[in-house]
Design a protein around this ligand. Structure first.
Ligand SMILES: C[S@@+](CC[C@H](N)C(=O)[O-])C[C@H]1O[C@@H](n2cnc3c(N)ncnc32)[C@H](O)[C@@H]1O
Length: 291
């Protein structure tokens, strides 16, 4: 497996995933009680957008770059606030948002966003199997008594660490989708994890590339009948192209009651900036509603 997220960090798919992550964490932080974040496919944590890999694809320009340049209404900026705070935190040289848009240098991965949006009482668990990536993650997480970086395989983590002691929190599942069977593994992982912890929030990311595989995955999730399962789909354009990721989706089990409406508003506002041809669209709806 040679997937390296550094090529894709900050692209439109990261924007969608990280907006969802940040809104869930902002909601969890409303109550004082501690919660736990388990990031099963953590990646390196911090990405240098001036580095070789990011420059080779330039994908971030159409993602975080486009968002920072977009004329967004104050209400949208407020909803994006927690995520953008995490972006600002890793770009301390940018004096204001204009400078951030002009000189963006670093982009935070999901572990650093989680670190930025959690409190002293919260706990963080990051799994990453690639030794080099894990070393980079350990360095970017730094000395943080709340956080553990582990070499545990994601699918084992869903057995081993659930339910967490806090009984509140989020599991983010964000596989690289480089190997056959990833959709199946993710669905099975969710069913097992939900059996162990039925009240946890689970957020699963997937690419929209092989539409048949996506449909089969969504049907499997629907058939499982897990209550309160929200579906978010974001298409960069309506015309699909074989073997190209033209969109991405997320499944969120037990979402905060505010999430669906927030995402319709935020992603609807971001669609014109992220879309490649002006036909970007957002679909947010229940796969299975509350019982
Ligand atoms: C898409 S990237 C993660 C990006 C990260 N979640 C973010 O949003 O910043 C997927 C990561 O999962 C790692 N990985 C792949 N298979 C894994 C497994 N079975 N268990 C844990 N990590 C895995 C890869 O090395 C890669 O760094």
């Amino acid at each position: 497996m040679n997937y390296r997220h550094a090529f894709h960090a900050g692209n439109f798919a990261d924007v969608v995933k990280h907006v969802v992550l940040a809104r869930v964490l902002a909601y969890l932080g409303r109550k004082d009680a501690a919660f736990r974040v388990i990031d099963t496919h953590a990646g390196a944590g911090l990405y240098d957008l001036t580095g070789d890999e990011a420059r080779r694809t330039g994908e971030w320009e159409g993602g975080i770059g486009a968002v920072l340049r977009a004329p967004l209404a104050p209400a949208i900026r407020d909803l994006l606030g927690p995520w953008l705070d995490a972006v600002r935190a890793v770009n301390p040289a940018a004096a204001d948002d204009e400078a951030l848009a002009r000189d963006l240098r670093h982009y935070p991965g999901s572990p650093l966003i989680a670190q930025a949006l959690t409190r002293p009482q919260d706990r963080l668990l990051f799994c990453e199997t690639q030794p080099g990536v894990r070393a980079a993650l350990t360095e970017s997480v730094g000395r943080d008594g709340r956080a553990k970086v582990l070499p545990t395989d994601a699918w084992q983590a869903l057995h081993a660490y659930l339910p967490p002691r806090e009984r509140r929190g989020l599991v983010l599942v964000d596989p690289p989708f480089e190997e056959a069977g990833e959709f199946h593994r993710m669905a099975q992982g969710l069913f097992e994890a939900h059996r162990r912890w039925s009240t946890g929030i689970f957020a699963l990311w997937y690419p929209i590339k092989d539409v048949r595989a996506v449909d089969a995955f969504r049907r499997d999730i629907e058939r499982a009948g897990i209550p309160k399962t929200l579906s978010i789909q974001f298409d960069l354009r309506t015309v699909r192209q074989a073997d190209t990721m033209t969109g991405c989706g997320m499944i969120v089990v037990n979402p905060p009651f505010t999430l669906a409406e927030e995402l319709r508003t935020i992603l609807g506002a971001l669609a014109p900036a992220l879309s490649t041809d002006g036909t970007g669209r957002v679909r947010v709806g229940w796969l299975t509603p509350e019982r």
